[in-house]
Write a protein that binds this ligand. Structure first.
Ligand SMILES: [Zn+2]
Ligand SMILES: [Zn+2]
Length: 262
């Protein structure tokens, strides 16, 4: 399955969930359209990579910056008000400013909480790099993605063959890489004291947990795939948006926002 097909799979999953979860249909429909657009970007970026391979560094960004306008138009037209406004402002950037914003994000100067649009745009680029085995030249942090250094957008648990019990995985919000991670450890500050790592569940979304850390006050949402393996964690994440609203209300900060921007 090539990178564009992965985005098509995410689109189909978001559309399916939107039809069955009216309360969160709006963010899911938005995400479905975003994944479709990212799939087209991935195809264009893959073609350029085939012509002349990317290096994984910020020097690649001017070679893809011309692909940004359709994403900005989409976010301005279909995004929630705050995002739409940011996209409109950015649409009038001159090419140098547009490229600089992407470089600042790529070099770790801003994160997805501050710059959703750069992550949304660079996602297909980072995923094409990861798939091609090219290391992204970005700052690395312990507990973050081994391929590109970005924070995990979501976590999931799945049963491993030949083992008793489920393993915990983290999913990168920028390049889509999944990696195994210690079950009792905060991916933000590396806290390992179980008494400081509370988790919260709700009666409504029984397969979802908020995995929090009292030391850094951040959390990662975790999906249990041991009973149902169909969910795509970063897509199904949006179904339990109410749990993020609850956690934020309680004073926790999500380590890496999901595709609804929260
Ligand atoms: Zn990554
Ligand atoms: Zn922590």
């Amino acid at each position: 399955m090539n990178v564009s097909d992965q985005f098509e799979k995410r689109t189909a999953r978001a559309e399916l969930l939107a039809a069955s979860a009216p309360a969160v249909a709006e963010p899911l429909v938005f995400a479905a359209k975003l994944f479709r657009l990212q799939g087209r970007l991935a195809a264009a970026i893959s073609a350029r990579h085939a012509d002349a391979p990317f290096s994984g560094g910020a020097a690649d960004l001017p070679r893809i910056a011309d692909l940004l306008p359709p994403l900005l138009s989409f976010a301005a037209a279909d995004g929630p008000p705050e995002l739409a406004e940011a996209a409109e402002t950015r649409a009038s950037d001159d090419p140098t400013t547009a490229a600089t914003r992407l470089r600042v994000y790529w070099e770790g100067g801003r994160d997805a909480l501050e710059d959703y649009l750069s992550r949304a745009f660079l996602r297909p680029f980072a995923e094409v790099l990861a798939r091609a085995g090219i290391a992204a030249d970005r700052p690395r942090h312990e507990g973050h993605c081994p391929a590109c250094g970005s924070a995990p957008i979501v976590s999931f648990r799945k049963e491993l063959p030949d083992s008793n019990g489920a393993a915990r995985y983290l999913v990168c919000g920028l390049c889509g890489t999944e990696w195994a991670f210690n079950r009792i450890r905060c991916p933000s500050c590396q806290e390992e004291d179980p008494t400081k790592l509370p988790s919260f569940q709700s009666d409504v979304h029984k397969n979802v947990r908020i995995e929090a850390c009292e030391t850094c006050r951040r959390y990662v949402k975790s999906l249990d795939l041991t009973l149902d393996a169909r969910p795509l964690p970063e897509v199904d994440d949006l179904v339990s948006l109410a749990m993020d609203l609850w956690a934020i209300e309680e004073g926790w900060t999500r380590l890496e926002p999901g595709w609804a921007g929260i």
